[in-house]
Design a protein around this ligand. Structure first.
Ligand SMILES: [Zn+2]
Length: 64
């Protein structure tokens, strides 16, 4: 009887966290953030991480 050999048949798809794209952009290179919806520092394709400068919660229309 084999109880341990066949566990990798189907893993559930873990896609929910990636459904919303992060619109963060590296302030130095303008590369987009690749992490999808997340909290904390952004990260681009090169592995560079950066933080928003504090206005992430402010919608565009407030700047008018
Ligand atoms: Zn991000």
């Amino acid at each position: 009887m084999n109880l341990t050999g066949n566990r990798s048949r189907e893993w559930p798809a873990l896609t929910s966290a990636q459904e919303l794209d992060c619109d963060g952009r590296n302030p130095r290179t303008d590369d987009p953030c690749l992490l999808g919806y997340h909290q904390g520092p952004h990260r681009d394709e090169a592995g560079v991480e950066w933080l928003d400068d504090g206005d992430i919660a402010r919608p565009d229309w407030l700047n008018r």
